[in-house]
Design a protein. Structure first.
Length: 238
């Protein structure tokens, strides 16, 4: 099967150096000391910029408070694939992903898809080393996030997902382990993350694929749907 390969706030420091000096005046034909002219007054410092009105939030923060929850019925899907290819070969993976979510390739076998409002993300890494179990991956993620502001584990669930061939026929069952958690982001809002580890090649315990979706707490049902679709349509080519 072939597929297409395809907040920070800056602070600008402005320094104004103003200098004023007296002038000595010598009168020809006599001696004496001239009275220095007074130094010109320093200009008044500029008034500070008025604070932004409370209603002018950063774009992502405004969207986080106003955008409706992600619903399963509002998402349409399309197959997308990524990987590497060369003369006479191709190697990669793919899945059904939300249509209209632009793709950013993070590595040869690792891609991210982002919703246009900046709130929703789907990330798929399909070539994990396969030397660790799904439980190992969950425990490592939790350990890495300890100390993160607002970090809270909501659930850890083992599951089985029938996988569909790109032609629509079922042909495999994936063993999965799914971690759902929340944390506080830089804007003070709560982010929700669903990370799922699974495997292919019939190995029931090792983790070779990670599928992660993120959004807000109110997007839980929609994000679960996105992860479920990516899981059951995931494929490896080459």
């Amino acid at each position: 099967m072939r597929f297409s390969l395809a907040r920070t706030a800056g602070v600008t420091a402005v320094v104004a150096a103003l200098a004023a000096g007296g002038f000595g005046i010598a009168h020809a034909g006599r001696t004496g000391t001239a009275t220095p002219l007074p130094a010109p007054p320093l200009p008044a410092p500029p008034l500070p910029a008025p604070p932004l009105p409370a209603t002018r939030l950063p774009a992502t923060a405004a969207a986080a408070t106003s955008a409706p929850p992600l619903q399963p019925g509002q998402v349409t899907y399309q197959y997308d694939g990524w990987g590497v290819s060369g003369p006479g070969y191709e190697s990669g993976c793919g899945a059904q992903v939300p249509q209209g979510w632009p793709k950013a390739k993070l590595a040869d076998y690792h891609a991210k898809f982002s919703g246009s409002n900046g709130l929703w993300v789907l990330r798929i890494n399909c070539v994990l080393p396969g030397t660790k179990t799904r439980a190992d991956m969950v425990n490592e993620r939790i350990a890495a996030l300890r100390g993160t502001k607002g970090f809270r584990v909501l659930s850890i669930v083992d599951g089985l997902t029938p996988r569909l061939h790109p032609n629509g026929e079922p042909y495999d069952v994936l063993h999965t382990k799914t971690l759902t958690y929340t944390y506080t982001d830089d804007t003070g809002g709560t982010r929700l993350v669903i990370s799922r580890w699974t495997t292919d090649y019939g190995r029931p315990t090792t983790a070779t694929v990670e599928i992660t979706a993120a959004g807000r707490k109110q997007d839980l049902v929609g994000l679960q749907s996105v992860v479920a679709r990516a899981t059951k349509t995931f494929y490896r080519a080459g």
